[in-house]
Design a protein around this ligand. Structure first.
Ligand code: ADP
Length: 387
């Protein structure tokens, strides 16, 4: 049995409706062969619909779906899942309860009709790779969730498919197991060379795994880019929010960098430098999306406490503490939580609460801090953009 090699995937204006609901709206998505793509979105954004159509479990209503050189679905055509050369791993494992571990894995080879010895060899090799070789005679109900998901992974990989699909495979597992299995999925999938489509609602999982992230919102693909770009240049406020923010600060543009990549924004309490993803001009009202990692805090002590409180500057307005450069703002710690490697703080600043502000040292509740925002982790959007 020979592996067919990884396949590129292409959705062309693909639409899927359930009654009046357009669960997938004219989706255009090209995934080059061998790429690991994570589709990220909140519940109801159309992730499952997309992968069910890709797997062939659902029919599409409009557009086309290509796997390699073949049109596997359009308005008339529908190639069934077993003819799409793919392996799938589901959230609920979906193992056959009446089959042993080895039989479950071997089931994926049935279409290829290899000899018994070949089946035993391949199943044994796969179980070895997922660390379950000694469990081959067990039934699914005799295993933990993590072990069952490893069996599902072995079953998806054993026939060396050109496309691997993961439908929230870690959602039912505990945190530490999730992390370990995530690494195994990444390693085994990449070793297999297959194209991977992985869906999740968990942004940290998406950032950790993906070559490319596709963000879905109400059946539409709103951004498709490498993780670094999604993080630093989220295409819309929705993408920014869904991929983790400390806060959204209202403000007004007061200056622009010569190279056009950043603007200076007057927020309640000071001025900050931020990236822009759209054309903005001086005077525009904006919302600044702040990533938690952009927040740097320093304790305010002694004389600077007075300055912090706006006592000695005589201007009638609280100054920025590190006023030599934009970004030094007055803050007060509202909450602190120990996280092992350090502390997560909630800081009242600019009339908002900044959440998830990490520091290796603890700043007590009620203490004054100076807040600097790294421009690389701040993005300004015109306030007229609703989402
Ligand atoms: P996600 O996987 O991101 O949670 P889904 O693809 O399950 O999103 O759902 C997208 C939209 O399609 C939702 O509005 C959902 O209610 C609707 N939907 C999904 N499956 C069905 C179905 N079988 N019948 C009717 N509506 C459905």
């Amino acid at each position: 049995m020979t592996a067919a090699g990884p396949v590129p995937v292409e959705f062309r204006a693909t639409t899927k409706r359930y009654g009046r609901v357009e669960a997938m709206r004219a989706l255009d998505l090209h995934i080059p062969e061998g790429r690991f793509v994570v589709l990220l979105g909140p519940s109801g954004s159309g992730k499952s619909t997309l992968v069910r159509c890709l797997a062939g479990v659902e029919r599409i209503d409009d557009g086309e779906l290509h796997l390699g050189n073949e049109v596997v679905a359009d308005r008339r055509r529908h190639l069934p899942p077993e003819r799409r050369n793919l392996g799938m791993v589901f959230q609920d494992y979906a193992l056959w309860p009446h089959l042993t571990v080895a039989e479950n894995v071997a089931y994926a080879l049935r279409r290829h009709r290899p000899g018994r010895t070949e089946v035993a060899r391949r199943v044994g090799e796969m179980l070895e790779r997922v660390g379950l070789v000694h469990h081959h005679g067990r039934y699914p109900h005799e295993m933990s969730g993590g072990e069952q998901q490893r069996v599902a992974l072995a079953r998806a990989l054993v026939a060396s498919p050109g496309l691997l699909i993961f439908d929230e495979p870690l959602s039912n597992l505990d945190a530490d197991l999730r992390e370990r299995l995530r690494v195994e999925i990444a390693t085994l999938s990449r070793d297999s060379g297959a194209t991977v489509v992985y869906i999740t609602h968990d942004q940290s999982e998406a950032f950790a795994l993906a070559d490319q992230i596709g963000v879905l919102d109400q059946g539409r693909l709103v951004q498709y880019a490498p993780p670094e770009e999604v993080y630093h240049r989220p295409a819309t406020p929705f993408v920014a929010r869904f991929t983790g923010l400390a806060a959204e600060l209202p403000g007004r543009v007061v200056g622009a960098e010569a190279d056009g990549s950043s603007v200076e924004v007057d927020v309640d309490g000071g001025r900050i430098l931020v990236r822009r993803v759209e054309v903005l001009k001086v005077g525009d009202r904006v919302t600044v999306a702040v990533r938690p990692a952009a927040v740097r805090m320093t304790a305010v002590t002694g004389a600077s406490v007075l300055a912090h409180a706006g006592v000695s500057n005589g201007s009638g307005r609280a100054p920025a503490i590190d006023s030599g450069h934009p970004g030094g703002l007055n803050g007060t710690v509202a909450d602190v939580a120990y996280r092992g490697r350090g502390y997560d703080h909630v800081v009242a600043c600019c009339g908002q609460l900044l959440t998830g502000c990490f520091d290796a040292v603890r700043h007590e509740r009620g203490s004054a801090v100076s807040v600097n925002l790294d421009p690389d982790g701040c993005v300004a959007y015109s306030s007229t953009v609703a989402n």
